[in-house]
Design a protein around this ligand. Structure first.
Ligand SMILES: [Zn+2]
Length: 100
């Protein structure tokens, strides 16, 4: 899906419609130690203790989603404040294109 890099949106701080820069937020890296629950889960999926096993990726049978929700933010060009989009939507790939 293609989206424009800049959109006109209402800014609650400026109290009018201004130009907003569209920013896609990418999920951060996992750092440091795993939590105890995560460690137990790791051990289980390696084959200790039975039942929970990883669901196969890209499988409709297991109800695994094929797409991910995007996290879009809008930065006001006048006051520089960031606004988030309340409802994310599912797409495979997002492309930010320049002004037409
Ligand atoms: Zn603003």
């Amino acid at each position: 899906m293609k989206m424009p890099k800049e959109v006109n949106r209402y800014c609650p701080k400026c109290k009018k419609k201004t130009k907003h820069k569209v920013i896609q937020v990418k999920s951060g890296k996992k750092r440091g130690k795993l939590t105890i629950g995560a460690r137990r889960y790791e051990a289980k999926i390696k084959g200790y203790g039975g039942f929970p096993r990883p669901k196969p990726e890209n499988s409709k049978k297991w109800g695994v989603k094929l797409t991910k929700k995007v996290d879009l933010r809008y930065k006001c060009s006048e006051c520089g404040k960031m606004h988030i989009r309340k409802q994310g939507f599912r797409i495979k790939k997002l492309e930010l294109v320049g002004a037409r």
